[in-house]
Design a protein around this ligand. Sequence first.
Ligand SMILES: [Zn+2]
Length: 132
Amino acid sequence: MEPYTDLSEDPTIRRLEAAVTEARAFFGIDPLWRTPVQAKMRAGAQIDVRHGYLLAPIEVGLDYYQNHPGEIRCDMAHEVAHLVAHEVLKVQQGMPPEWQYASEDARGGMLTAAIETMTTRLELLFMRERPE
Ligand SMILES: [Zn+2]
């Protein structure tokens, strides 16, 4: 275990957090989700979605973003977009074991509902981005 270092005032962490906040607002992510930025990687970024806890830490390579500040906004938008896609994945992962015996129609219905939620989010995104 590395000694704890307080990075809350680190300018690169602040920029990463600001980019996450901007992307969350853009994609309409539920405010109940927590998405802390954690300096845990060598390079790049990776979101660790823990659905049952409404927690999705975004692990980043701090040195990498200090040296590549131009990558911050697109990479944070990418990681936050994983939360949108996760709405479909969680349905499949959340199916209880007995659902393996459920009909294709029933399972398909759950996936259809999840895809509808994601699609509606993308539609709202389009309308915000391209207002009349
Ligand atoms: Zn990805």
